[in-house]
Design a protein around this ligand. Sequence first.
Ligand code: FMN
Length: 253
Amino acid sequence: MTVYCLYFSPCGSCRSCAKAAAEGFAGEDYEEINLTNRSQDLPEAGAGDVLIISAPVYGGRIPLPLAQKIARASLSGAAAVAMVVYGNRAYEDALIELSDLLTQAGASVAAGGAFIARHVFVPEVAEGRPNENDLAQLTSFGKSAARKIASGSFEPVQVPGSRPYRDRSPASFTPVVDADACQQCGLCARSCPTGAINPKNPHETDITLCIDCMRCVQGCPEEARSLPAKAKEFLTTKLSPLISITRENEIFL
Ligand SMILES: Cc1cc2nc3c(=O)[nH]c(=O)nc-3n(C[C@H](O)[C@H](O)[C@H](O)COP(=O)(O)O)c2cc1C
């Protein structure tokens, strides 16, 4: 039996959340798999295996590249713990989508959760989250999921969300590059989860592939990449009202 800790986490919060839940579930006895890497697929899993998987919420859905990876996975007989992580606005159909995809791949989803994290577009929204209290809740969530799965045959969990899911929103902008600051090191192109950045010319980003995940912006050692000014302004106006709101994590068992 293997416990897998899986995450698609361009900016790190989904990784922190998945690891805290996996530690609650299995102590240190789990295998970590980073699905943000373009070439990394889900492991083939079967009866006795457990997948603890966390996804960021993008426009109330899970990111398309992750959905595609789960859709081609073979998880027959495995148990799963489905987690979505969102920036204090709403998670809408993301958790039900994740749970449905895992079920269609053959897994039984034992537990679900929606957890709050800093919003990568406006980091003052849910700043500092997941915090110590969130991580303690995540660990305790992992323990509860482990008890449910260890009890043998369990009822699959019901999670909130609607079908058909809301439409996925395509990228309407790509990050811009400060040509003076960019050293052409290529880190952004190598770490982009969708291969949207031209490795020969990192100033070129393919808007049809870009998912606006902010990995290249956060990861650039020269701080050469940023949101276009208009997008930054629009997102700040839209999301700033959420700065003063504190939402609670939700757990479904
Ligand atoms: C393209 C995009 C769309 C997002 N959409 C939502 C959303 O619909 N609701 C929400 O509350 N947060 C939203 N967020 C915020 C992320 O869900 C949140 O910052 C998450 O922690 C990112 O995970 P990561 O740090 O593992 O990359 C969005 C972020 C991005 C980049």
